[in-house]
Design a binder for this molecule. Structure first.
Ligand SMILES: Cc1cc2nc3c(=O)[nH]c(=O)nc-3n(C[C@H](O)[C@H](O)[C@H](O)COP(=O)(O)OP(=O)(O)OC[C@H]3O[C@@H](n4cnc5c(N)ncnc54)[C@H](O)[C@@H]3O)c2cc1C
Length: 393
């Protein structure tokens, strides 16, 4: 059996694993970045592309703020602009009650640097005449925006390689244990990897890796439903989300409008497909929000698989059981924006033993009392009804 040695083995080359690989390699660590498939093709490559801080819980703000800085340096980090645009993110309210909730949120995050602007219904009609007439108001975050995940996430894995990481694609980790000094991990194609540290960035599949070390977590799966229209004349000058969830949309430079907000379904564990119900729900909501595109042709629908935790916050930090083991997963539909900073945090934990960003709210052992729902890889027991979770973008 071939044995490979590394300072750090990273399981999963999505945005979290690739970012960790990038920052670790830049600091001289020998990194093996393994993916069961191809880098950046799971959640990190198929997501909506929303790069937004608005709407996140307060505990995520320091991480989102650091990512905001890293996104501003995206071209320097990954060598391409990734179609990243700070278009602004507009969260609309259909009812006075929802507008009140936006006001409360804005007050809660007032010191977080989002510069949120509350707009009444007249402001919204004047500034965004392409939105439907039924709105009570909105909140604008001028520096939030969007990017192309199909470009950004694989390019980050490429940048990690340029920095010295070794990327091993089609390399599934099937077994791993800690022998007292090192992690010994076996791959499906018969190789063995010895590493001083191990980063579990396996996305929706990370519960299986965590469980190999006794770090059981109640990780569920969600399948956000996505669609894209034919190219249309420029109409949207901002990314739009809805208070309370249910719809989000953005228009790219080529004219296509990308949208999401309902939930697809899982056909097999680890795979998701659009459903008639999720597609028709989404189309109805889209025509209500942007009436001018009600007759546009939709050229593609898709979905993806994302790991979700009960409190919708990620698991980010050291293992509760094994020294040298670190987790970064469970982003619950919102890991694209915070992905860059999450990888940096994982690298800082490994290199210096501490994170300059508060991550206590993301400890893996915060669910210890929730033992009834712990992830069981074979039974899919952590899976939740996808409609229970309304992620507001
Ligand atoms: C449809 C959709 C829309 C979304 N929209 C947004 C959005 O607009 N904004 C936002 O911020 N977030 C969004 N998200 C969430 C965001 O995409 C994810 O939180 C983020 O990409 C998670 O990154 P990851 O690296 O943890 O996971 P992934 O990208 O899923 O990567 C995990 C990788 O681990 C690999 N892997 C798994 N098991 C093993 C193993 N045993 N051995 C080796 N490799 C393994 C997989 O092959 C995979 O490539 C969305 C997600 C989806 C699915």
């Amino acid at each position: 059996m071939q044995t490979l040695n590394a300072d750090v083995l990273i399981v999963g080359a999505g945005i979290i694993g690739a970012s960790a690989a990038y920052f670790l390699s830049r600091q001289g660590k020998r990194v093996l970045l393994c993916d069961a498939g191809q880098s950046g093709t799971k959640a990190s490559g198929v997501n909506f592309g929303g790069v937004r801080r608005q709407g996140r819980p307060l505990v995520q703000m320091p991480l989102a703020a650091r990512s905001h800085v890293l996104w501003s340096r995206l071209s320097e980090l990954i060598g391409i602009d990734g179609e990243y645009i700070r278009s602004g993110h507009l969260k609309v309210a259909f009812t006075p009650g929802d507008l009140e909730r936006l006001k409360q949120y804005n007050a809660m995050v007032a010191t977080c640097g989002l510069d949120l602007q509350l707009l009444d219904d007249a402001d919204v009609r004047r500034r965004y005449p392409w939105l439907g007439p039924e709105l009570a108001g909105a909140s604008l975050c001028p520096e939030d925006g969007h990017a192309n995940p199909r470009l950004v996430s694989p390019a980050l894995a490429w940048a990690a390689q340029q920095a010295g990481a070794v990327l091993m694609e089609h390399c599934r980790i099937t077994r791993s244990h800690f022998d007292g000094t090192h992690f010994v991990s076996d791959t499906a194609d018969g190789r063995r990897i010895r590493s001083a540290c191990l980063v579990n960035a396996a996305g929706a599949w990370a519960g299986t890796i965590a469980q190999m070390f006794g770090d059981a977590v109640p990780l569920g799966e969600i399948y956000p439903q996505m669609g894209v229209t034919e190219p249309l004349p420029p109409i949207m000058n901002v990314v739009v989300g809805v208070q309370g969830g249910g719809l989000y949309a953005r228009q790219v430079a080529r004219g296509n409008i990308i949208f999401g907000g309902s939930r697809a379904r899982s056909v097999d564990p680890g795979f998701a497909r659009p459903s008639h119900q999720s597609v028709s729900l989404l189309l109805t909501r889209l025509a209500g929000l942007i009436p001018g595109i009600a007759n546009a042709s939709v050229i593609r629908f898709w979905s993806g698989v994302e790991g979700a935790t009960p409190d919708l916050n990620p698991i980010l930090g050291a293992s509760a059981t094994i020294p040298g083991l670190f987790h970064g997963f469970g982003y619950s539909g919102a890991g694209f924006q915070v992905g860059l900073a999450s990888g940096e945090v994982l690298a800082q934990l490994i290199v210096s033993g501490a994170s300059p960003i508060p991550i206590d709210a993301f400890r893996i052992d915060r669910f210890a009392a929730d033992s009834g729902k712990l992830h069981t890889p074979s039974s899919h027991a952590g899976k939740r009804n996808t409609d229970e979770i309304s992620i507001s973008k």
